[in-house]
Write a protein that binds this ligand. Sequence first.
Ligand code: C2O
Length: 495
Amino acid sequence: MGAPLAPPDLSKCNIATSGAPVNNNICCPPYNMTEFIDYDFPHTPLRVRRPVHEVKDDNEYMAKYKEAVRKMKELKSDHPWNFYQQALVHCAYFTGARVHYSWHFLPWHRYYLHFFERILGRLIDDDTFTLPYWNFDVKEGMTIPEIFTSDPNSPLYNENSRNKNHYHPEILDYRYAYICGNPPCGSNKTGDELVQENMSYMQTTFMNSLQLPELFMRGLEGIHNSIHEFVGPTEYPHTDMGNFATAAKDCLFYSLHANVDRLWHLYRNFRGNRVEFNEPDWLDMSFIFYDEHERVVRVKVKDCLTPAKLRYTYEEVPMPWMGSLNVQKTKETRRKQDLNLLRISEFGTQPRELGTTPLRVMVPRPKKNRKKKDKDENVELLQIKDIQVESHGPARFDVFVTAPYRDLAVPDFGEFAGSFVKLPHKLKMEEGNNGVEKHKGKKTSLKLSLTALLEDIEGEDADNLVVTIVPAVGNITIGGIQIKLVQADSPKLVG
Ligand code: C2O
């Protein structure tokens, strides 16, 4: 994640998917990336993005929004502002540069929305126009917004498939994945319980990561991946929203990302706007876009850290998950299941393939009974290392942690610590076998903070922890599982 990265060379086109927006599965950026000017940041009035569930009843706004999208869809098909060309930009960056599963995720998508929004405003001559954000972190926003689904004649509608079973009033599940094993993935709850579950997930994502922005980015990206899957059709290739090559062809995409962007903005505020990674590799990373004045422009990560510089902000709305959240812990964990204690062994030195049953291992901790000062300075991190998955398919597993009695553990997996989520991202036409590609992709790792979790389970004095990996989907191999102490706010984590 922290590896240095040269500016992406997108002058070449990249093969994406059978569902790629245009051009037979090839995602070419719709403009020449080799000639650009540095972006001069706008001085227009501050635009205020509002939640979808609020703007849906603002007829004047809705009329403008639809008008802008309609115009964008009707532009000449090769105009870089054309809606489908815009979608290609996402596809091109996604296939040609690492803007997902990396520390470029939040900045890149921030810029992407910035230019998209300003082009829409330009098309209707309104320099106050903003995209609405899908406020999926509050109850009112926890369903797929109906402005995108209710009217097939609306420019906001997407004629390609989505999972209609998930339309309003079905409640969004932050832990959803296409295929559920046993025990099921997804939170397996409904109604208000699911709303609570989502909110406590959101709270955990913030609380566990205030010392390490990398964890926040990964956590938020994971929730975002699940939402992509929740909207996308269950059938392969999951176009549009369930596949990154095509996701930006659905207007929903931009509202999903506006909220992801807003959550990043909130996170920064909670941290007193401290810079996430004080690293030139991050700060000076540049991207190329096409702006509302029809110019090819270059922008840098360091210039997008405050939305005000891009002349927009977010309307403040309540954050019920933040404060006195009624977190529902599964305390039944500690019922007397002691009769069934299981012996748990260590991971060992060889990589292990996840089967269909949960993998449970004993993992030693570097230090126990840490003092407050130590906890402020160092984060206890669970690392699932060298994760490999088949390169095109979806993959997911959930991680639970509990404290053992010596080398014995209760059957219950304990506290949920986080998930590994990967969307399908690459399909090739030439593949036989239903497009199943056998070779495994690049190794990645999953890092989860244990500090708050250990307080919750009162496990601070344990020498070892029992980590349970519950596979949900995908053929996954894991190289190792470790617990380490790393310095808070250190941008580059080893491994
Ligand atoms: Cu670049 Cu939600 O994806």
